[in-house]
Write a protein that binds this ligand. Structure first.
Ligand SMILES: [Zn+2]
Length: 321
């Protein structure tokens, strides 16, 4: 299998770059809806002796802007085959903006103040690209992939790895022991998992996906950001442990005193450079709140926590073991 990586810029997103892979003649992810991104991709492909429309097809690992949003432009230019996980495709078909609004409704029920919700809504990446999602992508000719589907003449197997998004997928070459994992495994960064309405327990799904990846005999994982991962099982289990520690931390926060998800988000020791919650940029607040609630939901699934409602807001508390 011939693998090339293009590190495409993400202007305006505050993240350095996204990895787009050319695997034989298939692109894994496409990058951000931006002329600069497209230009770097065109030049990278040309350096590999190809024009953009020579690509045979595109597989997108998940629906986030930095991985997917350039796709409608490429489809209009080249008309090639495009695929993504069926659950993320469902999100796109029903409207990504609706999906984000559903998340914000969960946040509201978890005590996030209205002013803060408005701030987060305006600056959320999907909202900034709402035309791309709700006009260009919604009915785009993208085909759904399910666990076990084969691509690239049988050399890539689809693995559903829900968690980072409801329909995240990885692509595995069993023969060579490599996988393209999107944002499910990243070196040095903990992939976000936020609460949403597409699954009962998003963090539980993510932990199962990580354990599944850890159980495979992979030699290398190619992530959506940063460098290839030399021991994917070790990294996957590190991430599982990270979430187990955070579950314990959050359980401590709700022991003896019921708190809202918003309160919990403000009480967690996030690994960030800000001294107080007020300094958090809105996008980081979105992720911090969503992560806190996803952990609370998982604690409830584990039988370790529950909530009651007070004036329409959920108050979470630890259950005695
Ligand atoms: Zn992502």
């Amino acid at each position: 299998m011939d693998i090339r990586v293009f590190k495409l810029p993400l202007p305006g997103l505050g993240i350095e770059s996204v990895n787009v892979y050319l695997v034989d003649n298939i692109l894994v992810d496409v990058g951000l809806y931006s002329a600069r991104t497209l230009h770097v991709l065109v030049r990278g492909l040309r350096a590999s002796g190809m024009n953009v429309c020579d690509v045979e097809g595109v597989v997108v690992t998940h629906f986030h802007v930095d991985h997917l949003s350039l796709l409608p432009l490429l489809l209009d230019m080249c008309g090639f085959e495009a695929y993504m996980g069926w659950r993320d495709l469902d999100v796109i078909r029903r409207g990504a903006v609706e999906f984000v609004k559903g998340i914000l409704e969960v946040y509201r029920l978890n005590g996030v103040p209205v002013e803060e919700l408005e701030l987060i809504t305006d600056l959320h990446p999907v909202m900034k690209f709402r035309d791309v999602y709700d006009v260009m992508l919604r009915d785009a000719p993208i085909k759904p992939l399910r666990d076990g589907d084969m691509l690239a003449g049988g050399s890539l197997r689809v693995l559903e790895v829900p968690g980072h998004t409801p329909g995240s997928i990885a692509l595995v070459n069993d023969y060579e022991g490599v996988a393209f994992v999107g944002d499910t495994l990243i070196d040095g960064i903990t992939p976000h998992v936020v609460a949403h309405r597409e699954s009962r327990d998003p963090l539980g799904e993510h932990l199962s996906s990580l354990r599944r990846l850890a159980s495979m005999k992979l030699k290398t994982a190619y992530p959506g950001h940063r460098s290839p991962i030399g021991d994917p099982a070790v990294r996957a289990l590190e991430l599982v442990r990270f979430h187990e520690d955070r579950l314990n931390e959050i359980l401590g926060l709700i022991r003896g005193r019921p708190r809202t998800g918003y309160d919990v988000a403000r009480g967690v020791k996030w690994r960030v450079r800000y001294d107080s919650w007020d300094q958090y940029p809105p996008v980081e607040r979105f992720f911090a709140i969503g992560e806190a609630i996803a952990h609370l939901i998982h604690l409830r699934e584990l039988g370790l926590a529950d909530y009651h409602e007070e004036k329409g807001v959920m108050k979470w508390y630890a259950l005695n073991p």
